[in-house]
Design a binder for this molecule. Structure first.
Ligand code: GLA
Length: 382
């Protein structure tokens, strides 16, 4: 990809670019907990966005998306917002750097990537983190700290893309390290790297390729439900609530909001159980919790769909240790923890049964935990 982008950049802009890269992410457990002040357990993966960039001495940003074959030019003031949705990610990052007192001047860029879109692997966070990292390096002597880079991506989603997301995706994309998952406490922002090497098991994603339209912003609605319940219970976020508090306020909360909050409260305990289990190498417990998360996301949080529930059922039938829908939901992938000896059968069964039922073959993506945002060295392949 690096060579292709290099050629495209030189033929379009005529100078020699620098390269920056940032990754998509998986999340072992802790879904929809980030904006509730809870814990998440993500890691960056070997699917990434790569950008060729050079300053251009003007006050304009000139962006070519190699994958979409689309080109946009914009200025750096708030009212220069481009019409194309994809370009707003780049524009938003520039604006958020500037709003924080950072410097951004005109630059040329060509970018591309291999993070499947709509799969729940955070292709947008990869794009934001790639540019946040690059602008920090090129114009700001790396003075913006890494957490702020993640927040720049998150604010881009909030202010320019209409998604009121938590911090998990951008955090993972910026802080990711090879072979490490990261437990992040989204209230204190303390984090800890955990080596992830489940000997005897494989971790694999099954991408249903289903992408349900997010009409009426169901993601934002889930977040609003949680915030409403937290307010009723008199806590800052649901991190500080428990089931006894929720049950005591049952008559002041709608049945729907009750279900949403119950999921979040239960998920908090599952993440902590997984941390304990990982320290003991107890992957059976990890797997049980993953199934618990799926059940909660499907029945209580209602962000799954028929196709993903079907993939989860197939995993159970095949004796897979743990399986669940991953990411924001409404389509995308399941993440599966599978014993080595059951792997081939699971993949074959999931592929053929899913195809027989829905007419499309799911995409199997082995998980490789990789580094997050960085400048690509001259001799580094990307
Ligand atoms: C999306 C959001 C994240 C997080 C997940 C669900 O990926 O961007 O902040 O809320 O959904 O865990």
């Amino acid at each position: 990809m690096k060579e292709r982008l290099n050629k495209l950049f030189i033929s379009r802009f005529g100078s020699k670019p620098m390269f920056y890269e940032s990754a998509g992410r998986i999340n072992l457990i802790g879904e929809h907990t980030d904006y509730n002040g809870g814990f998440v357990f993500p890691g960056a993966i070997d699917k990434y966005i790569l950008a060729a960039i050079n300053i251009n001495g003007t006050d304009k940003v000139r962006v070519y998306s190699a994958d979409l074959d689309d080109y946009v030019e914009f200025g750096l003031s708030e009212d220069d917002k481009p019409a194309q949705q994809w370009a707003r990610y780049v524009f938003g990052v520039c604006r958020e750097v500037i709003k924080r007192g950072g410097t951004v001047k005109g630059f040329d860029t060509v970018f591309g990537g291999n993070v499947p879109q709509g799969a729940g692997l955070s292709s947008s966070a990869a794009l934001e983190s790639c540019f946040a990292y690059a602008l920090n390096d090129i114009f700001n002597e790396n003075k913006i700290d890494k957490f702020e880079l993640a927040k720049i991506g998150q604010s881009t989603e909030h202010n320019y893309c209409g998604v009121n997301c938590g911090i998990m995706d951008q955090f993972a994309s910026v802080f990711g390290k090879k072979n490490m998952l990261i437990r992040l406490d989204c209230r204190s922002l303390e984090y800890q790297y955990y080596p992830y090497n489940p000997v005897g098991y494989k971790t694999v994603l099954v991408n249903s390729k289903v992408k349900h339209e997010l009409v009426d912003s169901p993601y934002n609605k889930r977040r609003e439900s949680c915030e409403r319940v937290a307010k009723t219970l008199g806590v800052g976020t649901l991190r500080d609530a428990d089931m006894a508090m929720l049950d005591a306020a049952d008559d002041k909360i709608t049945a729907e909001d009750y279900k949403r909050a119950k999921y979040v409260i239960e998920e908090k305990d599952r993440v902590l159980a997984v941390c304990d289990a990982l320290e003991k190498g107890d992957y059976e417990t990890v797997g049980r919790c993953m199934y618990g998360t799926h059940e909660g996301l499907s029945r209580l949080y209602e962000v799954s769909c028929e196709e993903l529930d079907y993939l989860n059922d197939i995993a159970k039938e095949c004796g897979v240790t743990g399986s669940r829908i991953m990411g924001g939901g409404f389509g995308g992938c399941t993440i599966n923890l599978v014993k080595d000896e059951l792997y081939d059968n699971f993949i074959a069964t999931a592929t053929s049964k899913f195809k027989a039922k829905y007419g499309i073959e799911p995409v199997i993506i082995p998980v490789v935990i990789s580094d997050g945002a960085h400048k690509v060295a001259d001799d580094e392949e990307a």
